[in-house]
Design a protein around this ligand. Sequence first.
Ligand code: URP
Ligand code: ZN
Ligand code: ZN
Length: 445
Amino acid sequence: MSILIKGGTILTHDDTYRGDVLLSDGLIQAVGSDLDVPANTDIIDAGGQYVMPGGIDPHTHMQLPFMGTVACDDFFTGTAAGLAGGTTSIIDFVIPQPQQGLLDAFHIWRGWAESSAADYGFHVAVTWWDDSVYEDMGTLVEKHGVNSFKHFMAYKNAIMATDDILVPSFSRCLELGAIPTVHAENGELVYHLQRKMLEMGLTGPEAHPLSRPPEVEGEAANRAIKIAQALNTPIYLVHVSTKDALDAIIYARNQGQRVYGECLTGHLLLDDSVYRDENWERAAAHVMSPPFRPKGHQEALWRGLQTGNLQTTATDHCVFCAEQKAAGADDFTLIPNGTAGVEDRMSVLWHEGVGTGKLSMNEFVAVTSTNSAKIFNMYPRKGAVAAGADADLVIWDPEGTRTISASTHHSNVDFNIFEGKTVKGIPSHTISRGKVVWKDGQLNA
Ligand code: URP
Ligand code: ZN
Ligand code: ZN
């Protein structure tokens, strides 16, 4: 069955023009006007709307086993929520336990992801090092299409990658043409400050940001960037949340170093006052790492996006319900870290970015889709509105509104960090591999 999207304005990372889009067999067949349309083609009227590449969220953790529990969106519910918000692809993370083979872990995650309602890819974390890790990285790149390896510089005594792991792993990435990515927080400092908070009797969520101040991120960002410089490899920093880390990226880019940065919708909007909420459940629901930051950092991140020093937006969608967060009732270090966002990213960014004039519509497409496709080697199959690309598209209603709420969102989680926010600019249709999976508020994932 073919679909013709008719009468819309096509929006890409570098162009805006009136045109129709013909889809069949999961692909975009043609873009333009007066297209040759087969009989029995379904017509979607996109008048007054924008037709843009489906969103790519380059940072999610569906059903992640983490901090003694498992994230409560699986690959189906999490990707279905994404589709409802206009995101047609995610890049999730395979996270082997130390000593677990990378390939073994990869196959486990691939099995879980069979239930995915949207397309997905994987970054693979390097959490330990020996010759088998070196070999498995090669197999993952050459046989399984993995383009990127993740290094958690935090989470001591769990998955933390210390310098003796970062150095050989970055070097191996360079050999393979894969890109190393880092969660930049100094895990040793976090561990020290967490112990200090607990000794001082600070056991609640208000201690979470105090144990992970901006310097913790700044130090790790600088270290990772310098290691990458010494080894002459590009590097990508996930969830950049501070001016400290952004300054390190800007400095390096100004020296000609190939450094990329991602920021999260939540970090662009929220500040650390959420941890001082008198309601423990609400404060704990915001516990994620890096934490939401003191006022001022948000504006710096927006400037990072505007200047092109940050290239991608993501969510770090990693969700735990109230009863899971309660594991840390007496000790904030035991609250499972993570918040939601995969369904809300596109609308919140349109509303706060395009709606305020901070971002142009084309920059919106770049930071929600095309730049991730380019950095992670999927472009122009993803992130483009062009003949031959996957038919992953959003028809965007710039006048449509939605009030975000945990009571109406599609994720399994019982909390939404944007609760009550009304956004203008929503997907009227989401099309995944040529199938309409979201239409006027109805999900058919
Ligand atoms: O708090 C977070 N971000 N949880 C998921 C793991 C990570 O650090 O990305
Ligand atoms: Zn992280
Ligand atoms: Zn993450």
